[in-house]
Ligand binder design. Structure first.
Ligand SMILES: Nc1ncnc2c1ncn2[C@@H]1O[C@H](COP(=O)(O)OP(=O)(O)OP(=O)(O)O)[C@@H](O)[C@H]1O
Ligand SMILES: [Mg+2]
Length: 341
């Protein structure tokens, strides 16, 4: 599928890349809004003097330091000098999508000493060497996977310290962190050590115009576009599924809503059994929530519950909570109607 739009976001990313690195960028947004697709398009458009190291933690089982480094690095045969030479001498933009390439003997350094400091010192030197000829960009997707890992202290904070060093202090490498876990973003946002050292970029679902253009590109009529927008808003993944299900669009929309409704209903009935008070507070919140979201003053237990169940998305920068998608909003309304009866 051809990449659609996001010109504004891409322009911003390009501008960031042109400048010297000075802050860590956190790219966040609702589930399936197109964060990974955006960053991949950004990588494709980068000029040849960049070296991109993309690490995706999704689906990786990480419980300790060893697992972490195994995802961060990709072990290759050959000497470090040769690997580095390969990176800086390549006449195109260098891209590694499966971690940072290092020789196998680096395993010794990493696994025998078991100190994160050693890994970060090694990486700093590595990136300095790359930076002699190319502009390094480090991208970590699904960073929330490692949010709770402890190695003496929290790994994530050590990592942030290292990123601050790479960006603000050394101006050595750009760092982009992606996540769809809005509570994790909230935690990052209120972390003192990141004050003034991090910037945030939201990637939301498409707006109506962009959605219309997208669907029109594939021949959808105005009626079909209205129907899709009514159920799914501008969530890219659903738009693609709508294209696939054009033959029975109406049923597809209704069925998809029915499924989401059932999931939320199951969760809420489970909650009713476990915690009656929280259950009624969640229902109150369901009553209050609007399609475009509402301001919050504090992250109450009911908000946390809904965020944890991926029903609501928290935007800590705007201090707004909203349904994860249009579909979630419609499902919430149906849940309220069902429970009232
Ligand atoms: N601008 C776009 N043009 C075309 N397809 C897109 C676009 N953005 C996203 N998609 C498609 O929508 C789907 C979801 O996108 P993607 O995986 O990038 O979302 P995400 O925000 O990274 O999701 P998650 O919250 O799971 O990390 C993918 O199949 C992707 O190819
Ligand atoms: Mg993603």
């Amino acid at each position: 599928m051809e990449f659609h739009d996001r010109e504004k976001e891409l322009k911003r990313l390009m501008r960031i890349a042109e400048f010297e690195p000075h802050t860590i960028y956190f790219i966040f947004g609702p589930i399936n809004s197109g964060k990974t697709a955006l960053i991949q398009e950004f990588i494709r458009r980068l000029p040849k003097d960049f070296a991109v190291f993309y690490v995706n933690f999704r689906g990786k089982f990480i419980t300790d330091y060893r697992d972490f480094t195994r995802v961060l690095f990709r072990f290759e045969s050959g000497r470090l000098e040769d690997i580095l030479k390969g990176i800086v001498k390549s006449s195109t933009r260098f891209l590694s999508t499966r971690g940072i390439p290092v020789p196998e003997d680096v395993i010794d350094l990493i696994f025998t000493k078991k100190r994160t400091e050693d890994v970060f010192e090694f990486l700093e030197e590595y990136l300095s060497k790359v930076a002699r000829d190319k502009r390094p960009i480090l991208i970590l997707d699904e960073l929330q996977v490692i949010k709770d890992i402890k190695i003496n202290c929290m790994l994530i904070y050590k990592l942030f310290n290292f990123f601050i060093r790479l960006t603000k202090e050394l101006h050595l490498s750009h760092v982009f962190c992606l996540t769809s876990d809005s509570l994790f973003v909230e935690r990052i946002y209120s972390t003192a050590m990141l004050q003034g050292r991090a910037d945030y970029m939201i990637v939301d679902d498409f707006d109506f115009e962009t959605t219309k253009e997208f669907l029109r590109k594939y021949g959808f009529s105005d009626d079909e576009i209205s129907l899709v927008w009514k159920y799914f808003g501008g969530k890219p993944i659903y738009l693609i599924k709508a294209l696939e299900n054009r033959e029975n669009l109406k049923e597809f929309c209704e069925e998809t809503l029915e499924i989401r409704f059932g999931q939320i209903l199951d969760s809420i009935y489970e909650l009713k059994k476990a915690d009656k008070e929280l259950f009624s507070r969640v229902l109150n919140l369901f009553e209050k929530i609007t399609e475009d979201g509402i301001k919050y003053t504090e992250l109450s237990d009911e908000i946390l519950w809904c965020a944890d169940k991926n029903i609501l998305f928290v935007n800590p920068i705007k201090r707004v909570i909203k349904p994860q998608s249009k579909l979630d909003y419609l499902a919430i309304r149906k849940v309220i109607d069902t429970i009232k009866i």
